[in-house]
Write a protein that binds this ligand. Structure first.
Ligand code: CMP
Length: 218
């Protein structure tokens, strides 16, 4: 039996698409490493809107915060696809932290880039103009998940208008209305429900245009 299979037999968890792994406010004493599938981390906003903080994939970990600071879960985690996770309890996690500097470095690196992203998201959410918020969020997604293809930039996540609305914390109809404008401006196109960025240049110009409009008025 491979050692990966042995680890999975001991600490593995399987989830179906849409399953809740844990909810914000739950007590938790395990962190998870994603072996396969994708996991969405979300937070409930005041008005019932759910905001996606991040989408994680194989090799990523989550749930370490409650283990480190012994507080409750800071966000919801749910499986986006059929997923296999490795669960590490507090004891195993502490043992790795004390004996494996590579793991400590990986966690620090990950927390640092998460903080960087959170700072970007704070700056993004300060944007009052919904058009610029949506366009800027698409730009952040392109930088993190984009890959150039023959028809434009596609994302390695399921990047639908629904998903975009959750990232922006806007309702679906408003987000769709803005995406329609971006389609007209030849910034994005839809392939089924998936958003493709047809021109990064147009996206950047669109954002610049909105910034100037905000600065100098109509
Ligand atoms: P924990 O608080 O235990 O449970 C929720 C998990 O979501 C948290 O640990 C982190 O692993 C992860 N998480 C929380 N906030 C963010 C964020 N802003 N970006 C990425 N991951 C996050």
């Amino acid at each position: 039996m491979s050692s990966e299979q042995e680890i999975f037999d001991k600490c593995g968890r399987t989830y179906n698409a849409g399953d809740t792994i844990f909810r914000e406010g739950d007590l938790g004493n395990e962190m998870y490493i994603i072996q396969s599938g994708r996991v969405k981390i979300t937070k409930q906003l005041k008005d019932g809107v759910e905001k996606t903080l991040v989408i994680l994939g194989p090799g990523d970990f989550f749930g370490e915060m409650a283990v480190i600071d012994k507080d409750v879960r800071s966000a919801n985690a749910s499986a986006m696809d059929a997923s296999r996770l490795i669960a590490l309890d507090e004891e195993v996690f502490e043992m790795h932290m004390q004996t494996n500097p590579k793991i400590v470095k990986k966690i620090l690196k990950n927390l640092t880039s998460r903080l960087r992203e959170a700072n970007q998201q704070i700056a993004n959410l300060m944007i009052k103009d919904a058009n610029r918020l949506v366009a800027n969020t698409i730009l952040l997604v392109v930088h993190k998940h984009g890959q150039e293809g023959p028809n434009g930039i596609t994302m390695d996540i399921n990047f639908t208008v629904q998903e975009l609305s959750k990232m922006c914390g806007l309702d679906f109809p408003k987000t769709q209305e803005i995406v329609d404008k971006l389609i007209k401006a030849k910034v994005v196109s839809l392939s089924g429900e998936t958003i493709i960025v047809t021109s990064l240049d147009n996206l950047e110009k669109f954002i610049k245009f909105l910034e100037m409009k905000e600065q100098f008025g109509e």
